[in-house]
Design a protein around this ligand. Sequence first.
Ligand code: BGC
Length: 961
Amino acid sequence: MRITNLRTNQIKNPLGFELDHLRLSWITENEQSNSLFQSHACVEIADDQNFKNIIYQSGKRENIDSLSFTPNVILEPRTRYYWKVTVWGDAGDVATSDIAWFETGKMDEQWQAKWITPTLDKDIHPLMRTSFHLDKEIESARIYISGLGIYHLEMNGEKVGDEYLAPGFHAYDYWLQYQTYDVTDQLKQGENAIGVMLGNGWYKGRFGFDGVHYELYGNQFALIAELHVTLKDGTTTIVKTDDAWKCTSSPITFSDIYDGEIYDATKEIKDWSLPKLNDQNWNQVLETEINTEKFIGRLSLPVKIMEKRKPIEKIITPAGETVIDLGQNMTGWLRFKVDLPKGKKVCLQFGEILQNGNFFRENLRTAKAEYQYISNGTAKFVEPYFTFYGFRYVKLVGFDAEIDLENFIGCVMYSDIEETGHIETSHPLVNQLFQNAMWGQKGNFLDVPTDCPQRDERMGWTGDAQIFASAASFNMYSPAFFRKYMYDLREEQKRINGSVPFTVPSIKPKGETDFMSGDGSAAWGDAATIIPWTIYLHYGDKGLLNEQFETMKAWVDYIKKQDDDSGGKRLWRVGFHFGDWLALDGEDPNGFIGGTDTHYVASAYYYYSTQIVAKAANVLGKLDLAEKYSILADEVKQSIINEYFTPNGKSAINTQTALILALHMNLVPEHYKERIAEDLRDKLAGDNMHLKTGFVGTPYFAPALSENGSSEDAYTLLLNEDYPSWLYAVKLGATTVWERWNSVLPDGSISGSGMNSLNHYAYGSIVEWMYRYMCGINPVERAPGFREILFTPKPDGRLDYAKATLNSASGRIATSWKINADGSLTFTFNIPFNTKATVILPDAVAEKIKVKDKNGSRIKLDLMQNDTNVDVELWPGEFTFEYTPTKKYIKNFNFSTTVRDIISYNEARSYFNELFPEIKENKFILELVANKRLDELVEDHLLSKIVTKDKLSKFFRSVNK
Ligand code: BGC
């Protein structure tokens, strides 16, 4: 056995994070061991690496949860704690982990440092510095620091740490975070210096949609820093910001999140962060106050350069521009080498797409997204400090020398989270779609989950985050990232009576009421309930759920108040809602709000969120609340049934999204479901097997189909290659997920530039379906964090194989299926230590299944025939199942094939459309014939004129290879 992934509050070895609710977690791997389950564990915490001074020992106990264990310890400020865990397996094996640590920040300790601000014009970017003497050798040193808007910290001429854009983006008006860095190795006995550069950032730059707002949180650059040095003789020295620090103007003459940065190297001050600099003619700084209620240790994960990419090509465009192509739509910046004469200026411009082969950035709206550099004659690599860009193409202006691509490096920046999930299939376009969704996450998980990283927006739209949260949690290890977002959400929510802003942090222009400061939209505000519940399902951390419970409850209480104040009908029929945002079935197909009644959507979420609160209360042992909210949920459900469904279960709102919500959110009694699923299938056929859904319907479409026996239709949606579909974008060369189904038109031209991002992760939520239904990995509510796994793989003959791996909170899960040449199916499942799994094998007959273990030896298991499926309970290990399914997975088109079968297959559909344009072009006929078999069409007195046996035989010959 081996113990890995020791995490404190879901972070590996956190330094200076807020650790008020301490929780430890780890993973046990059981390679080469007979143990399958943890029988006992023991956690030890010490304040020294050798565990001489143990401050906590759990004792060898059975009830130690490796997903979230809360030791009862009282932590001291600025202290590093070491911990390890010993796990006993059920076959008697024992393993002890390596040592992990966590280190507290200043906690409640009073700051000795003062906030300081430069005595320069408020728009002049400052350099700030101090120097000091250490007369002994250094044992250890930490700096606790924060800066407004964004800071860049150096010590003795070198950047401290590997993070950027700190202190990040949070609701600065309510709380501020400081960061902690270990600077032991950057200090030396003798003279030392600290230098800090400040940039505008979210705090004081231009930010907040369409770019008309400046200085949202403040107009003053400010810095606070406290350096604690422990010397080898045991004494300590503190260096702190105060009015003895100095400031001067920085070579950065402009910085802005949307607009970029200007760096004038001729204004560089050599050695500005070295002790030897004579700063006598620098300016004074002033001590100042920063108005914020809370100033606490960080919750934000550091934003780092997580990957580097080489450009793939230099392009000279028809307009004569020099553009380099990174080959991937990404977020971050370009690091590049300059070797230019003094005073020479170069400029980079960032864009997502070329138009007619030329550089284009109109869809960035007012965001300039530029970088300007004025050389001081020195050759070096440069990059911005206080901005980031969403881009694939970079236009180079003013570079007259021959461009060597080796001198350009794409720096991909996002919050420091690990990739955990991977999917591969036999279908290259599907694989690319998976990658695109992953890149959507990389591009938009930059401290807050943003809608998009490029235009004048880049905000934490709650709806987008909610929609993508589960996909995100499969793709990457996300609990700490979302915890910070939920903290922001709670801080905002407290001030608006439980409502939730459209974006978190919210944008509050001073003295103005702005649409952007709005709140309370269904599906957007439900981020308050859906994200914590999703995180709980994926990571099983009860402590985290407990922390967020108030947020969840407050949101539902807010909705209920809206309902009570408007007649208490147990529906949500008031207020502004974004509805099925960007769906294609609205009255105006180019409009924003789709065709599904927004108050139906709102009432559906009212029910959904209330139910989540009831479930969360139950998990947390708050049984009174559980009962209260489940009664409320039942009442809402009944009202929805009365208002929106006929007594026979027909939906009064006939849109894809209305039916999808009814099924997926369980808005209707079980016995309505078959009919609604049928109606959804018919609707889909009438829509030529294409989706019309927006932000609300899309994430649940494929799941609703799979949950109701229509996985084939879910695959059709996945595999459609023409508009509107996911692969339409992939075929047009997308490397991320677009905001709109038709962001780019088939001729490669952008469909509009008013609101059109090519890196919007929301529709990337399809990968959740790929993990859960295509590959079949599902978390289970009663044992979340994948302590129990439900495997429900759904093979489809349009793929030869699909496989997924997930480094879950409980360990590595893997699954695969393959359709063999003889039509038989092979499934494999890898189940980690200390977990259980249920597998549902589709279209199977128990007696005909061959089961093998990891060594390929046949084994016997209890196989339970359950209608057309076979259910099996499994334990940790690797298992293979092989059988010939009772249903044919490889489609053969013949006279008993239905029209919907044909229009579900890309190739068959296009051939059929070619042969029978009369059917394709008439929605009415299409709906009528969708469920008919071809032999019925041939017999039909009207259709037989169009659909002849001859034409069909020709059709069969082409499509049955
Ligand atoms: C954003 C979205 C967001 C929406 C709200 C857009 O401008 O980019 O993704 O959810 O507004 O309706």
